[in-house]
Ligand binder design. Structure first.
Ligand SMILES: Cc1cc2nc3c(=O)[nH]c(=O)nc-3n(C[C@H](O)[C@H](O)[C@H](O)COP(=O)(O)OP(=O)(O)OC[C@H]3O[C@@H](n4cnc5c(N)ncnc54)[C@H](O)[C@@H]3O)c2cc1C
Length: 485
């Protein structure tokens, strides 16, 4: 069998994989990016999660991508929260099925770059309406633009419809991967960006699944005993305006009442740049149930549930009778799976201490999303963060393998830390750090990711406009104000 060699092999072309491949290829690293599906973008495109949630840190590759998309009509926008079920008058009952996020042409990218500091009670609306502005985009245009950015480097080869099926190890190094196409590929360095850390698990790295016991990391919100609860999964669907209003008929085999819970879940309803709505029911299925059913059965069951959910939404909230369902995401949105037990585990303490209390010298991105466990609640105290926290590079590094980095939601986070850290832009920034580290390793002839000097990595990331400190520097602020470059 012919074996092809690259400097860097990135497995999985979601947010993390795209960030890794682009950062490395821009720095002259010869990259192969393999993706098992026919879409680039992963959860953010194929699973319909077409919104960058509000938060600090997305100033590197995400901003580059934003600026390109902003030049394309109806490709990307910034939202403001219009209505929210928590803001309804309890005496009158809900007037909207969840949160309504509408494209707000008055907002700029900078407006999407902070979340921390919100009052704990969700019924408070002023802070949220003033400060929380996410970034919805058109998934197909987004995926196409990703591909163009990779192609423009002339250093990145992309193989779609190609999964990693086998990993061979030689002591502490990955020696080669076998792909579903039958190809064998070797590389000096590897990035696992598969979300479910397929490569790390096949390589025998230590992992964990579910909620850790409180004693493991001494996290105040962790349960006393470990359990297999996982953040919920959602099947996203899209609705568009129709000139023939009405309630779409429900197939006879699907009940009109909610059969899996006491009531239908609330939904985040986010406007696409073209005016359609993205419906994200919170969640469609508990994470544990999804694992028990297996992916294919879970997907089919979620398809039934969203039909019932849509029927309920149109029945109870008549304004939705002016819309019809036009698209169901071909992939189920999975929020949580196995996670690496790496050289450092990010925990609730990092989230609570924030940058002023952390002492890590290898921070490669910052984040500030709340502790956010859809359907897997542990009774968090103080879900909203008081300041941004940093993610150390060691969260990407397995203890067992030297030439592998993990740049996806399965990096080395506790379950609680993952509930905050997993957002798409943060994953892209993890990827940007992994790809940049591969470039430094190549330049300095290093054999291990762990040998990459943190100051060199941080200097290169800062040159690429990645946000590593808070408050935001005047230079970065000026860079972010220049959306039209
Ligand atoms: C329903 C839902 C709503 C969310 N809402 C938001 C939100 O509003 N805003 C926000 O910022 N974040 C949100 N998130 C979180 C965020 O979207 C994800 O955590 C993030 O996109 C994950 O990125 P990733 O790179 O880790 O993985 P993914 O995007 O899942 O990418 C992994 C890629 O690896 C590929 N792959 C898997 N196995 C293999 C293999 N063996 N070989 C080759 N390729 C493989 C997959 O096909 C996929 O393309 C949400 C998540 C969900 C599920």
């Amino acid at each position: 069998m012919a074996v092809t060699h690259f400097d860097l092999l990135v497995v999985g072309a979601g947010s993390g994989g795209f960030g890794a491949a682009l950062a490395a290829a821009r720095l002259g690293v010869k990259v192969l990016l393999v993706e098992k599906s026919d879409w680039l973008g992963g959860n953010a495109t194929r699973c319909g999660v077409n919104v960058w949630e509000t938060g600090v840190g997305g100033t590197g590759i995400p901003f580059d991508l934003y600026r390109r998309l902003a030049k394309i009509p109806q490709a990307i926008g910034i939202y403001s929260i219009n209505r929210h079920i928590c803001w309804d008058d309890p005496a009158k009952g809900p007037v909207f099925p969840g949160g309504e996020m509408l494209i707000d042409p008055t907002k700029r990218y900078l407006d999407s770059l902070t979340q921390f500091g919100a009052p704990e009670i969700y019924g408070e609306r002023i802070f949220r309406q003033t400060h929380w502005h996410g970034v919805p985009f058109e998934p197909e245009i987004y995926a196409a633009e990703m591909e163009k950015m990779l192609t423009e480097t002339s250093c990145c080869t992309v193989w779609s419809n190609t999964g990693c099926v086998k990993v061979e190890i030689d002591e502490r190094r990955i020696r080669r991967l076998t792909l579903s196409s039958g190809h064998a590929v070797t590389a000096d360095f590897y990035v696992d960006a598969t979300a479910d850390i397929v490569v790390a698990r096949k390589a025998g790295c230590a992992t964990s699944l579910g909620q850790e016991p409180r004693l493991r990391h001494d996290e105040p919100s962790a349960p006393r005993e470990p359990n297999d609860r996982l953040n919920g999964a959602t099947l996203i669907y899209r609705v568009t305006r129709t000139d023939q209003p009405g309630i779409e008929p429900l197939p006879p085999e699907i009940p009109a009442t909610c059969w899996w819970d006491g009531q239908f879940p609330a939904a985040a309803c986010t406007q696409y740049p073209n005016g359609d709505f993205n419906i994200n029911s919170l969640p469609t299925m508990q994470g544990r149930e999804m694992i028990e059913l297996g992916y294919l059965k879970a997907y089919d069951e979620c398809r039934r549930r969203i039909r019932a959910h849509w029927h309920h939404t149109q029945t109870v909230f008549p304004e939705f009778q002016a819309y019809r369902m036009v698209w169901v995401a071909p992939g189920l949105g999975v929020r949580e799976g196995p996670r690496l037990l790496g050289r450092y585990v990010l925990t609730e303490h990092d989230l609570d201490r924030g940058l002023t209390g952390q002492t890590h010298d290898d921070i490669i991105t910052i984040a500030d999303h709340c502790k956010d466990t859809h359907g897997a609640d542990t009774g968090h105290r103080d879900s909203n963060l008081k300041q941004p926290y940093g993610v150390p590079f060691r969260c990407l590094l397995p203890r067992e393998i030297d030439n592998l980095a993990i740049a996806c939601r399965g990096a080395s986070f506790s379950s609680i830390a993952a509930s905050s850290c997993r957002l798409s832009r943060t994953m892209m920034q993890l990827g940007q750090a992994a790809g940049t580290a591969a470039a430094i390793a190549k330049e300095k002839l290093l054999s291990s990711f762990a040998e990459v000097p943190p100051p060199d990595l941080q200097t290169s990331l800062t040159q690429q406009h990645v946000e590593l400190t808070w408050p935001r520097s005047p230079e970065l602020l000026a860079w972010l104000q220049n959306e039209d470059a």
